[in-house]
Design a protein around this ligand. Sequence first.
Ligand SMILES: [Zn+2]
Length: 302
Amino acid sequence: MSFRLAITSMASVIAATSLVSGGSALAHGVAVQGREVTVETTEMGDGIYMMSTGIAGNLALLIGDDGAVLIDDQLPDTGAQIESAIVEITGEGAPRFIVNTHYHGDHVGGNAHFSERGSTIAAHHNIRTRLQNDPQTWMSEATLPIMTFGDDLTFHMNGQTVEVSHVPEAHTDGDSIVYFREANILHMGDIMFAGLFPFIDLDGGGSVDGFIAGMERGVALADENTRIIPGHGPLASVADLQASIDMLREAAFRVRTLVEGGADLDAVQAAEPLADFHDDWNWRFITTERMVATLYNDAIAR
Ligand SMILES: [Zn+2]
């Protein structure tokens, strides 16, 4: 199947960009849309690794005697490359468990690859429901998480307490953040786009206030030593997460003020309410103009 057909609209846009650069261990290449895709693995200690390809959501991997847990599994076409990178670390392929942080195709795309190799895939109830109700061409029955949960799920493996917590109505309606308590490492899923305007999927059940509340959940878990794996962008700190909160809260306030004053979308765009954020936060997928449109659509729906 063609890669264009194989991924969601968000992922296809991301596939045309490069979110993460630098890193090490460029060992496992695959050509996607003519671009060489490589898995970059960063060892973080305590048996935990951050894995990135630059075209899809960042992964976290916990390994040890109790088996491996993988947070997210990227795209339909990258399963074999992710598996090869895991084999290089552990000597074994499919992890014992996989957690999906939300339903987008650049985070759940590898589910079928790994579930067919024996991985047990856990996800919030709404992820399975959305995948069932809106099947994509690349999906199969094996894409669906076999284990679902509501508010939270905890793994007790390899000396870590791995706390998976649902955050309602944030990036989507099925997001989770994942905290490796003893290691003090936090995977935010797509409730953090480090240094980038965030994608808030209003059609997928997301909301601006929920997104801010989700980031605040992350801040509440973290301290100054916490290493934060964002859904997209480079490894981050709690100060980076707070900066994302401050930006989004101020941006939402400005747009809501214009909407409450009677401005329509054209008038809001013309006022350029995020002009001073542009240089620091604009990027190819979520431009300043698109961020304004999302904030407008969220504001009129409140
Ligand atoms: Zn996403």
